[in-house]
Ligand binder design. Structure first.
Ligand code: C2E
Ligand code: CA
Ligand code: CA
Length: 793
């Protein structure tokens, strides 16, 4: 009653209402800022504490001050400025303390902070009252004072207890009501605790009441300004957070990875990608548990990538990669867990595809070389008693023809069909692979060698049956070689080698298309390989040398030049004929360094001669196919100082056939250097005549086979005559090779041949000795002596 009568009797109710408005608004703002402070990031905490404390302090103080102005004790009133100011300081400092404690996370932090808030209100009130000066005696009722303090502390505690219970952004009405109640209760209980006994009876003159009301509104305005500032900064903050959130949502929605935000095991949000992954409605996901789809979520390490399965109600589990993050904010609530899920199915499918491509031939889908080697190694590694493994090497006959005539697409189609039929012909335990081109291998475990023939027969049927390409029907043959492990070879690479050898034998055979490996086959091949190996070392070990064979002008018997012939004498003194090793050197490309050596050596040596005879160096088609040849010849001529006009290069027709245009181009470049070009072994090729037309040769070298056949019958003589006539009409001098007898020499002279070369004039010798053999000289000597025929010689 006393409180009530104090309120109604001694107060200006309009100002009380103003104070109440101030208090309600202030409390709402204070609590808002307190919530913001609770969830503030570490670095922003002090700022929000300060902002909240200023607003709260202003709230308490302004409410108090406006209410004080509303109070009319009936005597003159004054406020001591220092203490009034101090009371504001107390309100703010107390609020700092109260908010700091209330926002902490220990058990009764909110309640304790609330109690401190109550004390702050109390302290402010009684400090403010100390500034209250009247011409009267003020009596205090200790009971009311005590009640006011206890009431403020209890209501403060309850206020923050409720505030904490409220959510992140939800203000709560209860807390606001309690706060308002706390402040108001304290104030008016505090006022009721006070009895004022004036020194002189009040005369009733109202002391500048108008002015007081202006002050009260001013205070209220300032108070609202402060509160408004706090609210505005909070609003700005909210807005920027809302924008950040929208941006984040766009980002999350746009992500191709599934994203889920979970708190306390419940989904707060999930993006469309996740909804699609678990085949669920976007909105229906909120409130679900993620563990419904993914087991063992709690064991996932934060920050690491883990593979897991998404289990669906129907269908196979989906393999995913999960990354987990927590929001990392030190707020009172359970942390936000953010899960990013990547569907691994496309990647796994890709990996499977790549693995398949790595192990299979992309055209026929048969296993490829790598798979074949693995399979064969595995088969031959098992030791299963007297079990043998047969390896079948296959090569298609006439496949190149199909390619050439019908095009590569047709060839591919043929291979695909053959691949299908081969696969269909296989029985359990049998294996077939495509190694490339038209090469296939098959593997089958057998007990006896002959058992492999069953598979060979089936494969032959699969391969040789014609294939209809729509516009044409094509077919090819098969050559098949069989080698058996462990009979023929102990290791895989030797076994493959043996099967290949047998296959080559089958290819060469006119009577059969299937051959078993036999040991003798090896001999020739091994020999060949040995020579190639030795050939590689020959250059380094200087086993090569040059021989010179004289060439002479038929009319006078004078030396016209020398042909350079390569000699190889191996370290143990064995002589290997160039006819044997040149083809091998060409096959292996070794002819390039060897040919260069010959050219350089021959030019260097000829350059030292006192007589400037010409030299003829043989060129391999391989050398001619090499772009650098004209440059190399030029360089060697400069290096050795040999005049280009003394160098003649001999080329055979084979070089011209493979790529006529290119070869003639290279030859023209060589000719521009001043070097002359001779056509070697003329008459042995397919189309000697057309070759002659393609390029202006400087000399024709008639092959030596015509000489040896000259005695045999009239045909050779006729051909020689024809060639000589041809040379004459084309104005190309002709040199006859392989002249061994005087008869041949006579014949050639009768027919008007230009030059000769052969054993009769001189064998190839390590040095060029500037004369022809005596046997040949006889021809010209006899001439001088008279018409004595030397037919008898
Ligand atoms: P080719 O160019 O036709 O060389 C002439 C071959 O005939 C030489 O054999 C020579 O010794 C031989 N010959 C010479 N006169 C007579 C004779 O009156 N009667 C018989 N029966 N043979 C005679 P060679 O030295 O064994 O050379 C064989 C082949 O090796 C050469 O045939 C040539 O194609 C090739 N050759 C030799 N040296 C080289 C070289 O440095 N480079 C290249 N690319 N090939 C070379
Ligand atoms: Ca030659
Ligand atoms: Ca020749």
């Amino acid at each position: 009653m006393r409180i009530l009568s104090c309120l109604t009797g001694e107060h200006n109710l309009m100002l009380v209402a103003l104070a109440a408005v101030l208090c309600v608004v202030g409390s709402a703002v204070s609590l808002r800022l307190f919530q913001r402070l609770r969830y503030a990031e570490k670095g922003a905490r002090t700022a929000w504490t300060f902002m909240g404390a200023v607003a709260t302090g202003a709230n308490i103080w302004c409410t108090h001050f406006v209410a004080m102005i509303a109070y009319d004790p009936g005597v003159a009133v004054a406020y001591e400025p220092m203490l009034t100011g101090l009371s504001l300081g107390v309100a703010i400092a107390g609020s700092v303390l109260a908010l700091t404690v209330a926002a902490r996370r220990f058990r009764f932090a909110a309640e304790l902070g609330g109690a401190l808030f109550g004390l702050a209100v109390t302290a402010m009130h009684y400090t403010g009252m100390a500034a209250f000066a009247v011409e009267a005696v003020i009596l205090w009722s200790p009971v009311y004072v005590a009640v006011s303090v206890v009431g403020a502390v209890v209501l403060g505690g309850l206020t923050f207890n409720r505030a904490r219970a409220a959510g992140r952004n939800g203000g709560t009405l209860a807390a606001a009501v309690l706060m308002v109640g706390g402040i108001v209760t304290l104030h008016f209980t505090g006022m009721a605790a006070m009895t004022i006994i004036p020194f002189a009876p009040a005369v009733g003159e109202v002391t500048a009441e108008q002015a007081n009301i202006v002050v009260a509104f001013a205070v209220a305005a300032v108070g609202l300004l402060v509160l408004g500032t706090g609210l505005a900064s909070h609003a700005l903050d909210m807005q920027s957070r809302a924008q950040a959130k929208i941006r984040l949502e766009h980002l999350v929605e746009g992500s191709v990875d599934g994203m889920v935000v979970e708190q306390d095991g419940r989904i707060l949000a999930a993006n469309a990608a996740f909804a699609a992954l678990v085949d669920s409605d976007h909105d229906a996901l909120v409130g679900e548990t993620l563990s419904r789809w993914i087991a063992g979520l709690d064991d996932l390490a934060v920050g690491a990538l883990t593979q897991a399965d998404v289990r669906l109600e129907q269908g196979a589990p989906i393999p995913v990669e999960i990354a987990v993050r927590s929001d990392g904010l030190e707020t009172g609530d359970a942390p936000l867990m953010i899960y990013a899920l990547r569907d691994l199915r496309p990647r796994l499918a890709q990996e499977r595809r790549i693995a398949h491509l790595a192990r299979n031939d992309s055209l026929t889908n048969l296993p490829n070389r790598a798979s074949f080697l693995e399979w064969l190694t595995k088969q031959t590694a098992q030791d299963s008693g007297n079990q043998k493994v047969a390896l079948l090497a296959m090569d298609l006959d006439r496949f190149k023809e199909v390619n050439d005539i019908h095009g590569h697409a047709a060839g591919d189609q043929l291979l695909v069909r053959i691949g299908e039929r081969m696969r269909a012909a296989l029985r359990p335990g049998e294996f077939v692979a495509r190694l490339g081109g038209d090469e296939f291998m098959a593997v089958v475990p057998v007990e006896r060698r002959e058992d492999a023939l069953s598979l060979a027969d089936r494969l032959r049927d699969a391969i040789v049956a014609p294939v209809d390409l729509g516009h044409a029907e094509v077919a090819c043959g098969l050559s098949l070689g069989i080698a058996v492990w462990p009979d023929d070879a102990a290791d895989v690479s030797a076994l493959i080698n043996d099967a290949d050898l047998a296959m080559y034998r089958a290819k060469a055979s006119l009577t059969t298309d299937v051959c078993f490996y036999e040991e003798e086959m090896d001999e020739a091949v091994r020999n060949r390989r040995r020579i190639i190996q030795q050939l590689r070392e020959a250059l380094d070990q200087e086993q090569f040398s040059l021989n010179w064979q004289v060439q002479a002008t038929l009319e006078t018997g004078e030396v016209s030049g020398y042909e350079v012939l390569l000699r190889w004498i191996q370290a143990d003194g064995t002589f290997v004929s160039p006819a044997d090793f040149i083809p091998l050197a060409e096959e292996t490309g070794l002819i390039l360094p060897i040919g260069e050596w010959v050219l350089r050596k021959a030019c260097a040596e000829a350059a030292t001669w006192s007589e400037p005879h010409k030299i003829a160096v043989n060129l391999s088609p391989v050398q001619l196919g090499h772009v650098d040849l004209p440059r190399l010849v030029h360089q060697i001529l400069i290096e050795t100082g040999l005049s280009p006009s003394r160098l003649e290069l001999e080329i055979t027709e084979t070089a011209m056939i493979s790529d006529l245009e290119r070869t003639t181009h290279v030859l023209r470049q060589l000719k521009l250097l001043g070097v002359s070009i001779a056509m070697d072994d003329f008459g042995t090729g397919y189309s000697s005549l057309s070759t002659l037309r393609a390029f202006p040769f400087d000399k024709i070298k008639l092959d030596r086979s015509f000489m040896s056949e000259l005695d045999g019958g009239p045909q050779s003589a006729a051909i020689i005559r024809a060639v000589l006539a041809l040379g004459e009409s084309l104005e190309i001098p002709v040199l006859a090779e392989g002249v061994e007898t005087m008869e041949q020499l006579h014949f050639l002279r009768e027919q008007g041949c230009d030059e000769v070369q052969g054993y009769l004039l001189g064998r190839p010798k390590p040095v060029a000795d500037n004369h022809i053999q005596d046997a040949a000289k006889a021809l010209w000597r006899d001439d001088l002596d008279g018409p004595v025929m030397i037919q008898a010689a």
